[in-house]
Design a protein around this ligand. Structure first.
Ligand code: F6P
Length: 325
């Protein structure tokens, strides 16, 4: 199958549960097709530093159930420079790598496209980010696990919020993306979600909370960290300064959403995407990303995936508001 003999594999950007399942699938699919795989450590930083190790079937034993990435990851500043990219390309050539699988988000794919343009090595991307904001795919590795982690926290906060008749602002991750906030908010049955993609109207929120107070004693508002009106602390401060009837608390979930055992969904997604990426490369594909859209696993152009970011479904925002009346 194909002329490719040695595949390079890296994870880059923020880690996401399910990346290890993807790594395992890439390695074992390549071995099944009698190809070699080299792991590039710490993303593009490791490519520049020539930190590449041969990966065996044994290396990926017992990792499918673990969060994080055994290849480690980084947000490489050096790779953004012409010199860094040149060095990275030279190391790939020196190592005889003739195909590349990159697991990560939009920054990773921009790097992959640039590298492909510079040295012509075929590249296939696997979407891995808890933010789920890549165009072309409805799910990215790690999103399902992160939503469930946020949801467990919201469920627990609900108990204490109800016991003390309090208003909680729960901040979840998403610098530019409201997917985790919206999905955990709908599943958690919260009163409101504040997303970077929609404008936050503080006066409307105060009005909504006042209405809520008439028939419910506690409330939860989920705030995406990148909301344009500020994070949970800032929003709580703004709301409190205008006065309302609730006793308020803030919980910031932070990086615990990035770790933990991947859900079955993320393990299966990692397995499918990893296997698909290798078979795509061996089938002569390049410049593509593995994706799931309209219930179908498919390859989409990497360039499309990074051209725009994907926003959450506005119908779901509307339904959340209907549910919280
Ligand atoms: O890209 C995923 C993400 O978890 C974002 O939701 C968050 O804003 C960012 O990474 C945090 O990045 P870092 O771990 O580099 O601080």
């Amino acid at each position: 199958m194909g002329n490719i003999k040695r595949i390079g594999l890296l994870t880059s950007g923020g880690d996401a549960p399910g990346m290890n399942a993807g790594i395992r699938a890439v390695v074992r699919t390549a071995i099944y097709h009698e190809k070699e795989v080299y792991g590039i450590m710490r993303g593009f930083d490791g490519m520049i530093a020539n930190e590449m190790i041969p990966l065996t079937s044994h290396f990926v034993s017992n990792i499918i159930h673990r969060g994080g990435t055994v290849l480690k990851t980084a947000r490489s500043e050096a790779f953004r420079t012409a010199e860094g990219m040149k060095q990275a390309a030279a190391h790939l050539r020196k190592m005889g790598i003739d195909g590349l699988v990159t697991i990560g988000g939009d920054g990773t794919f921009r790097g992959a496209v640039a590298l492909n343009t510079l040295c012509g090595i075929p590249v296939v991307g696997v979407p891995g980010t808890i933010d789920n904001d890549l165009s072309g795919t409805e799910y990215t590795l790690g999103f399902d696990t992160a939503v469930n982690t946020a949801l467990q926290a919201i469920d627990k906060i609900k108990d204490t919020a109800a016991s003390h008749d309090r208003l909680f602002f729960v901040e979840v991750m998403g610098r530019d993306s409201g997917f985790i906030a919206l999905w955990s908010g709908v599943a958690g049955g919260v009163e409101e979600v504040l997303l970077p993609e929609t404008e936050t109207d503080i006066d409307r929120l105060i009005e909504l909370l006042a209405q809520r107070k008439k028939h419910r004693k506690s409330a939860i508002v989920v705030v995406a960290e990148g909301d344009e009106a500020g994070g949970a602390l800032k929003i709580a401060e703004k709301i409190n300064s205008k006065g309302h009837a609730f006793d308020t608390r803030v919980t910031i979930l932070g990086h615990l959403q990035r770790g933990g055992d991947p859900t079955a969904f993320d393990r299966i997604l990692g397995t499918r995407f990893g296997a698909m990426a290798v078979e795509a490369l061996l089938g002569g594909e390049s410049g593509k990303m593995t994706a799931i859209a309209e219930n179908r696993y498919q390859l989409v152009p990497l360039a499309d995936a990074v051209a725009t970011s994907r926003s959450p479904d506005t119908d779901l925002v509307r339904y959340l508001r209907m549910m919280s009346t």
